[in-house]
Write a protein that binds this ligand. Structure first.
Ligand code: FAD
Length: 469
């Protein structure tokens, strides 16, 4: 009898732990459960849902070439997953199901229900750790706790990493016996708006591999110097692909090993700096398991639940629409809405601006990012927001508040990024684009700053005092 392989956010046939395990046992039938309503409830918007859909179509083509049928079902919520999978097992005659684990709380609950439903039916569902080098909980502090701070986590990661953990899993070979046909290609999901820039994000593992190769060839060695400059294409832009598993962290790390003479911690500074970003990604996945309250909209630093967040609908809207009067913040927010992606430096700047300058609850910003990001991933997004709001792990000290104008002069020195996304300021001399004069604003129909940096900073310091370490 065949095995079922349940694809979720691991849309690739190469280096896929669960798929390799399923294929090692015999013929495979692939299944995908599209849970649009549940994903909407988790905050994902059109950009990610469209990318997910196109990723499934790309996967379907590759599976087809291997003779692996893909069965596709729409379910409303995760609650329907056990019955849907049991029905597919009955229809295909499969006795075993394989899947790669997802770590946020709802996903873990769903998977636990599937495992017990299969057990009750006398069948087996096996979860594999695939998206991280260490299963959450494998790396612990001297006291046996999950790490709540990145640097010691990264040190432990480097100390304990082994070649076996990073070894690429076997891709399945072509199958011949084909008693089951693929379902017809699924229709696109119903979205409440058109995806922003699907042409920027070709889906599938071939597109991802191509992006990785180009990054390594042209940019990786300059990553350490260029990664903070949003006008430069200095980073990999692989985040949407990693988030949906169109590429694996092992494939990325193997590519580094090959380029860097076999090292991950030492060697080329660009490559090793990039490795540490991949470890950040893994760190936040562990945090979601070790500190599950973060999956329930709670702050990691619980005293910060007492922060007096301001109810400021016009301020929130100005931030969302890129009309705060701080050109770098506005450029970044417009980039997010227009492309579904934002540069990491700017995610930090805009998140801190919302949480500190506007003193608006970080959860509102987290939700807005999730709605727009094509790479929206619970653990990284929540981790990034709580970092910026000083409520999280490693939280920036509350008194370190980025000055958005200084950040602009430093990281967009010639104002190119601003000119691109805030075209009304493009005709200004570069040095004026960071903080135009009142006259320059009026004649260009660009708003005055919605808050004064010093006043806002003092207000945030007062609010945060005594609530964070
Ligand atoms: P690169 O610089 O090329 O890094 C390689 C990979 O490492 C990324 O693709 C990503 O998978 C991972 N990575 C890099 N930085 C981080 C980080 N700080 N935390 C976790 N993983 C990281 N990343 C997401 O993938 N999804 C999100 O929803 C998300 N939300 C964020 C929200 C905020 C407020 C902040 C500050 C950061 C967020 N990040 C998120 C992390 C980071 O900004 C993006 O991963 C990065 O900008 C993606 O660009 P890249 O692929 O070119 O990254």
């Amino acid at each position: 009898s065949p095995n079922l392989m349940w694809f979720r956010s691991d849309l690739r046939v190469h280096d896929n732990t669960a798929l390799a395990a399923a294929a090692a046992e015999g013929p495979v039938v692939a299944v995908f459960l599209r849970s649009t309503a549940q994903w909407r409830q988790h905050g994902h918007g059109a950009n990610k849902l469209d990318f997910w859909h196109r990723g499934v179509l790309a996967l379907r083509d590759i599976l087809h070439g291997l003779g692996i049928p893909l069965l596709h079902r729409d379910i409303d919520s995760f609650d329907a997953a056990p019955d849907a999978l049991l029905a597919l097992a009955r229809e295909s005659g499969a006795r075993r199901l394989h899947f790669n684990r997802e770590y946020p709380l709802n996903e873990r609950r769903r998977d636990a229900r599937v495992v017990s439903a299969f057990e009750e039916a006398g069948l087996t569902a096996v979860g594999h750790h695939d998206g991280v080098a260490f299963a959450p909980g494998e790396l612990r502090t001297g006291k046996g706790n999950f790490y709540g701070i990145f640097t010691p986590f990264a040190k432990a990661w480097h100390r304990q990493i082994t070649p076996e953990r990073l070894a690429l899993r076997n891709a399945p070979g072509a199958q011949t016996c084909r008693s089951i046909d693929s379902d017809p290609a699924p229709e696109p999901p119903t979205l409440d708006q058109a995806p922003a820039a699907p042409e920027d994000w070709p889906a599938g593992e071939d597109a991802a591999a191509d992006r990785l190769a180009r990054f390594l060839r042209f940019r990786a060695r300059h990553y350490a110097e260029q990664r903070d400059f949003p006008a430069e294409p200095g980073t990999s832009a692989l985040s949407p692909y990693l988030a949906l598993g169109m590429i694996s962290h092992r494939q990325c790390l193997q590519a580094v090993l090959a380029e860097n003479g076999g090292g991950l911690a030492e060697g080329d500074l660009g490559l090793t700096t990039w490795v540490s970003e991949l470890i950040w990604r893994e760190f936040y996945q562990h945090v979601a398991v070790g500190f599950p309250e973060v999956c329930r909209h709670r702050a990691f630093q619980s005293p910060t639940e007492a922060l007096p967040w301001r109810d400021d609908a016009p301020g929130l809207q100005a931030w969302q629409e890129g009309r705060t009067g701080y050109p770098l913040v506005d450029a970044a927010m417009r980039q997010l809405c227009a492309t579904g992606w934002m540069h990491n430096r700017l995610r930090m700047v805009t998140a801190m601006f919302l949480a500190k300058h506007l003193l608006i609850d970080w959860r509102k910003g987290e939700a807005f990012f999730m709605e727009h990001l094509v790479d929206g991933e619970f653990a990284a997004n929540n981790g990034g927001w709580q970092w910026a709001a000083s409520t999280g792990t490693d939280a920036v000290p509350y008194f370190r508040i980025f000055n958005p104008t200084t950040q602009s002069r430093r990281f967009d020195p010639d104002g190119r990024f601003i000119a691109n996304w805030v075209p009304e300021l493009a005709d200004l001399p570069a040095k004026d684009r960071h903080a135009p004069s009142p006259e320059q604003r009026v004649t260009r129909d660009y708003p005055a700053p919605i808050v004064d940096h010093r006043t806002a900073r003092a207000r945030a310091l007062e609010a945060f005092k005594g609530l964070t370490p």
